[in-house]
Design a protein around this ligand. Structure first.
Ligand code: HEC
Ligand code: HEC
Ligand code: HEC
Ligand code: HEC
Ligand code: HEC
Length: 400
């Protein structure tokens, strides 16, 4: 399945003037300065098709922009980020598989590796105005190690050689500046609110986490309020203890690479479940009690799966029922959303089943998944963790 995900939202950092340093015209042979020429092209595109920043200037006092180098002082933050999905955003096997299917990967790299120095190749323009036909140039400032770090520290924190943060605390380690965007959902929505259509293409972009959040009961809690909980600790080696913030950015808890994820239990699942057997029916109460948006959110392929297995007194299976909660899309010939039965934030919903005659036990389970096995097969993703059951309950028939 080939479709991409893009965001649209005005974003202050992108309002920075784009450098137009003598990049030659993309039409007249190779430009003298492909970096500047690409910036010139990208500045003509919608905001969600642009990188967040260029990343060429390393803040004074620091050896490099790499997360590992930040980690020499910010060791706990580094250890948290390292197992986050943000750190996996480039090495993600699904992204890598999807990017082999279309030259539209110049779009993907802007969110999954948001600094321009992380891009091996730079788009200079489009042939026939077709997003799948970019004219590529080699990036003279490409940093291969930084590319592997995906959404690295500098993607959020470094602008024009200055470390930006929520307080602008003074330190001799590097220049700092305060930017209130760190306390706002806008920082996240630059990538997590994503709606774009490409007429004639079989991919679209449809991330609406920002809209779902803004329309719900948690609109006064920015994303950070749940996804970056506070913790008392020194922000860096040798600094005084202060209130800092966890950098796991936990979500579904499904790892990208088996075994690499925030510790289990540090983040609640969005949807909780409670089962009962009454008036001859099996009942499951689902509540989206913890998430600030629909569950699942983001990628349209994600889903929750409820399974009920009915058995008789000898344990023989008498039947099973499944209920999928997610979006349903048709991708060909043109992407079209056919349905959506996800739980809105704060929403509770009861599912009921009539057990087949002779049922004495019913085993219910609830799992969250990023994609189906068929989709994984299509992408040749053999070892990709697809999801997991996170809740189970066994019910016994109530006495007569
Ligand atoms: C040589 C040690 C050192 C290195 C390397 C280092 N920092 Fe820092 N950083 C500090 C210290 C010390 C502070 C101040 C902490 C305090 O006083 O609470 C700080 C503060 C910060 C802040 C807080 C700014 C704010 O507004 O609150 C951020 C963000 C930050 N660093 C990010 C980074 C990033 C990103 C890197 C790597 C590109 C990095 N640092 C590399 C030592 C370092
Ligand atoms: C530069 C773009 C960008 C920014 C800015 C950004 N994200 Fe993300 N985020 C991503 C991408 C891309 C992924 C998915 C990576 C993948 O799965 O390959 C992601 C994944 C996540 C996940 C999913 C974790 C999981 O494994 O289920 C959460 C939660 C998240 N981000 C929260 C945030 C929050 C909170 C902020 C703001 C503080 C933020 N993000 C800022 C691009 C971004
Ligand atoms: C997706 C964006 C994002 C990434 C990636 C990111 N940070 Fe942050 N960081 C934030 C936000 C947002 C805050 C402020 C949270 C708040 O105050 O609620 C923050 C706060 C900080 C602070 C201030 C102390 C604290 O804990 O609040 C430091 C220091 C810091 N980050 C360092 C780093 C380092 C080092 C890395 C990489 C290992 C990193 N950050 C990666 C978004 C990010
Ligand atoms: C009230 C707390 C809360 C707020 C506010 C919140 N989230 Fe979440 N978020 C959650 C929980 C809980 C989950 C885990 C859902 C699950 O079980 O998969 C989650 C999951 C996610 C995921 C992973 C996809 C998924 O379905 O699991 C992403 C991406 C995400 N959140 C982004 C955001 C962004 C962006 C914002 C701000 C616009 C935000 N969240 C605001 C609690 C919150
Ligand atoms: C505007 C920003 C943006 C662009 C452009 C973008 N993505 Fe993403 N991508 C995201 C965000 C945000 C997430 C996380 C949402 C979630 O976890 O559901 C994500 C998640 C993913 C995931 C993980 C899905 C999952 O269920 O874990 C894959 C794979 C992916 N993107 C592939 C691509 C490909 C391929 C392209 C280019 C064709 C692309 N993305 C372009 C922002 C973007």
């Amino acid at each position: 399945m080939t479709y991409n995900r893009l965001a649209s939202r005005s974003f202050r950092w992108l309002a920075l003037p784009v450098l137009l340093l003598g990049g030659g015209s993309a039409c007249s042979g190779p430009p003298k300065d492909p970096f500047a020429a690409s910036q010139q092209f990208l500045a003509s595109r919608p905001i969600y098709e642009q990188p967040l920043a260029d990343g060429r200037v390393i803040p004074e006092g620091l050896p490099s922009l790499s997360a590992a180098s930040c980690g020499s002082c910010h060791s706990e933050i580094y250890a948290e980020w390292k197992v986050s999905t943000h750190a996996m955003a480039w090495v993600d096997p699904q992204l890598q598989a999807e990017m082999t299917k279309s030259e539209n990967r110049w779009l993907c790299q802007n969110c999954h590796t948001p600094l321009q120095v992380q891009h091996a190749q730079l788009p200079l323009g489009l042939t026939d105005n077709d997003v799948e036909k970019p004219r590529w140039a080699t990036n003279p400032h490409f940093d291969a190690a930084l590319q592997q770090e995906g959404i690295t520290c500098a993607a959020c924190h470094v602008r024009d050689g200055v470390i930006q943060g929520p307080t602008g605390v003074k330190t001799s380690a590097h220049p700092t500046a305060k930017d209130e965007i760190f306390l706002s959902a806008d920082l996240c929505l630059r990538c997590h609110q994503a709606v774009a259509e490409y007429p004639g293409k079989t991919f679209t972009c449809t991330f609406r986490t920002g809209e779902e959040w803004a329309a719900g009961p948690y609109k006064n809690t920015p994303c950070q309020g749940c996804h970056m909980p506070p913790v008392e600790r020194p922000a860096a080696t040798g600094a005084a203890p202060s209130t800092g913030h966890r950098h796991w950015f936990p979500g579904s808890g499904i790892p990208k690479i088996a075994g690499i994820a925030p510790p289990k239990g540090v983040f609640p699942p969005g949807v909780s479940a409670e089962a009962s057997w009454s008036d001859g029916k099996i009942r499951l109460q689902l509540s989206n009690s913890q998430a600030g948006h629909r569950v699942p959110t983001g990628d349209p392929e994600r889903f929750l799966l409820v399974t009920v297995i009915f058995a008789d007194g000898s344990g023989t299976e008498l039947g099973r029922q499944e209920e999928r909660l997610g979006q349903t899309w048709e991708w060909w010939p043109t992407p079209k959303k056919l349905g959506d039965n996800r739980l809105a934030p704060g929403e509770s919903r009861e599912l009921t089943w009539d057990p087949p005659p002779g049922t004495t036990t019913a085993r219910l389970s609830l799992g969250r998944y990023r994609m189906t096995e068929e989709a994984a097969k299509y992408h040749n993703l053999a070892d990709y963790p697809l999801g997991e059951v996170y809740w189970e309950q066994q019910l016994v028939a109530p006495g007569p």
